[in-house]
Unconditional design. Structure first.
Lengths: 263, 358
């Protein structure tokens, strides 16, 4: 077999590469865990700084805000982008380039510049909708557009949407049925990854929130790291774990859907 | 069941300077198997898609039975379309794919299952009902696509090159299966193909299109025996008809300096130069110096019959002449043979307009 000769060298390289990556990836995390549980002046351990995350009302409310923002942004992004992109593919393919350009635009403008521009608009948003941090949703939808667009576009490109839609329509389906029953199930993976990317981006977004003076998890952690470094690090690690768990949940959800449908 | 009528139907794409389908008039009888055939870009698929409602009709009308469907959305036309790439829904099982149209029509579950099972039996798909399309072979997918259409029990089947993605052997067997199935179900069918053999073997009638214009619609044999113009003459038949440029000289076609007798009525109708069409089997081999000389370049011996391909120095004769020969009579490469034909076997066309004269 081929795996004996070149296989050994290949396996060794693989193990070494994986080990290096693991060290690079996990060492900072372990250091964070170590730092956040250290007891001052002794060698003992304490979970005080972790408990702070829950007990300190500023932190806990900022966590709630950030999670809510992530959910709202993801939902609004999906509601706006998914039907638009499907419709463009099916009915107005000539508008595809324009939509792509518009969606990728936020990527080319530095967040700082967007914020400066958007702050005037936010005066009105605050006036109309109140000064809740949740109004950041609108800005965040713009921010996540490029990434969500890419994920959805890749998914749409991998299925022959136009012919599938034609087949469904000639067999008696209307446009809504075509989108919900035929197109959506086939781009489900793309929708999930778009959702994940959006949620992850929102959970880590600092520039917008900080410059517009809203208390989200990243801005609160930023402040905290100056006053109480241990709790700050605990919060950062917690946010990271939260994002990881979210990713695992989403991919597990996608997999379960596939298998139950297949059975 | 229903008839299908194209009434001066036209499809003009925005920005195009001429229509993709122009002034199409075609009457398809109830239960008839009509094949639309032509080279790529001739408008055959567009014509079919106009009937299916997937392409806008910019002028004229299309009727299914007495119903004018010109501007109806596809779902209200009661048709079922089979696509070249099958367009099976990848996320549904074979059974779900086939039941889709019934689900759309809100048919109760039991009846749905019943009809799917029946179609599956008909198409020999019973053991694959729970599989996903990607776990099927090309031929099986093709049958699922057919099944999905059959289950709907539509008024019209629209088939857009459904055999093009199959290998040659499977294509021949599936061809007969589809024709037999259509006969059994008695559903009016419009079938698009670029393959004239498929058209000739499957269709009750064949409509030949070129550049968006219907050239001729007739039974396969009539198309073969009485092609309406030069295009149909050259397109229908395999190997193709020999088309020779000739001058009309008192009831004879003068090809180079050889004279071939032609039908008298055709000769009187001819005003300018004519083109003479001779099927490969219409040639007669004659003695040296009597007919058109052909220098043999390729001999195909098929057993029952054979074909000789060769070239002739005569003016007006195409670079390659095809002659059908008796399978047991051998000719050698490089040999020169002489051929002629009979007036009854010659098709005469006006060279300029391409119209049939005989």
């Amino acid at each position: 077999m081929r795996s004996t000769g070149g296989g050994l060298a290949w396996r060794t390289t693989r193990v070494v590469a994986l080990a290096l990556f693991a060290v690079y990836f996990f060492l900072p995390l372990l250091a964070m865990l170590d730092f956040s549980t250290r007891q001052l002046g002794t060698t003992g351990r304490t979970l005080d700084s972790w408990a702070n995350l829950v007990t300190d009302p500023t932190i806990s409310s900022s966590i709630v805000t950030s999670v809510l923002l992530a959910v709202l942004t993801t939902v609004l992004m999906l509601v706006l982008l998914v039907p638009t992109m499907i419709w463009v593919r099916l009915r107005v393919p000539q508008a595809g380039t324009l939509v792509e350009f518009l969606c990728l635009l936020p990527l080319t403008i530095p967040p700082l510049v967007i914020v400066v521009g958007i702050s005037n608009v936010y005066a009105w948003v605050t006036y109309l909708l109140g000064d809740s941090a949740l109004t950041l949703t609108f800005a965040y939808v713009v921010l996540v557009l490029p990434y969500a667009y890419r994920a959805l576009d890749a998914a749409l490109a991998s299925v022959n949407v136009v012919t599938l839609a034609e087949a469904a329509r000639s067999l008696g389906a209307g446009w809504t049925t075509v989108i919900v029953r035929i197109v959506l199930p086939n781009i489900w993976g793309g929708v999930l990854s778009a959702a994940y990317v959006s949620a992850a981006l929102v959970l880590g977004e600092y520039t917008f929130a900080s410059l517009l003076n809203f208390s989200t998890l990243p801005t609160v952690l930023g402040l905290l790291s100056k006053s109480d470094a241990r709790t700050g690090v605990a919060g950062a690690l917690a946010a990271l774990l939260l994002a990881t768990v979210l990713l695992l949940l989403l991919s597990a959800f996608a997999r379960r859907r596939r298998t139950t449908k297949g059975a | 069941m229903a008839t299908v009528t194209y009434d001066h139907a036209q499809r003009m794409y925005p920005g195009a300077d001429k229509p993709a389908v122009d002034d199409l008039n075609l009457e398809i009888a109830d239960g008839e198997f009509l094949v639309l055939v032509g080279p790529s870009g001739c408008g055959k698929s567009t014509s079919l898609r106009m009937l299916a409602g997937l392409e806008e009709v910019t002028d004229g009308h299309i009727r299914i039975g007495d119903r004018d469907v010109t501007h109806l959305p596809p779902k209200e036309r009661d048709i079922a379309m089979v696509f070249q790439n099958y367009a099976l829904y990848p996320h549904m099982s074979v059974a779900e794919n086939m039941a889709f149209s019934l689900k759309m029509a809100k048919v109760p579950k039991e009846e749905r299952m019943e009809r799917v099972k029946e179609a599956a039996r008909l198409l020999d798909l019973e053991q694959y009902l729970e599989r996903k399309p990607k776990a099927l072979s090309g031929g099986q997918r093709q049958r699922v696509a057919m099944g999905r259409a059959i289950v709907r029990q539509p008024q019209v089947f629209c088939m857009d090159e459904p055999l093009s993605n199959l290998d040659a052997k499977l294509r021949v067997s599936t061809r007969t299966q589809i024709a037999a199935l259509q006969q059994r179900l008695g559903v009016t069918t419009v079938y698009v193909t670029h393959d004239q053999v498929e058209a000739m073997t499957m269709g009750d009638r064949v409509a030949v299109l070129k550049d968006g214009i219907l050239q001729q619609a007739d039974t396969p044999l009539n198309l073969y025996d009485k092609p309406a113009n030069l295009f149909v003459a050259g397109f229908i038949g395999s190997p193709a008809m020999n088309l020779l440029r000739a001058h009309n000289v008192d009831g004879h076609a003068k090809i180079g300096h050889v004279e071939v007798p032609i039908d008298r009525t055709a000769a009187t109708k001819a005003t300018g130069d004519i083109t003479v069409g001779v099927r490969p089997e219409a040639w007669r081999i004659v003695g040296e110096g009597e007919g058109i000389p052909v220098k043999v370049s390729v001999v195909e011996e098929l057993g029952a019959d054979g074909f000789v391909y060769g070239s002739s120095g005569e003016e007006g004769v195409p670079d390659q002449v095809t002659i059908r020969i008796d399978g047991r009579r051998s000719h050698r490469k490089g040999e020169t043979i002489y051929v002629t034909t009979d007036p009854t076997n010659v098709h005469v066309f006006d060279t300029e307009s391409g119209a049939r004269l005989s």
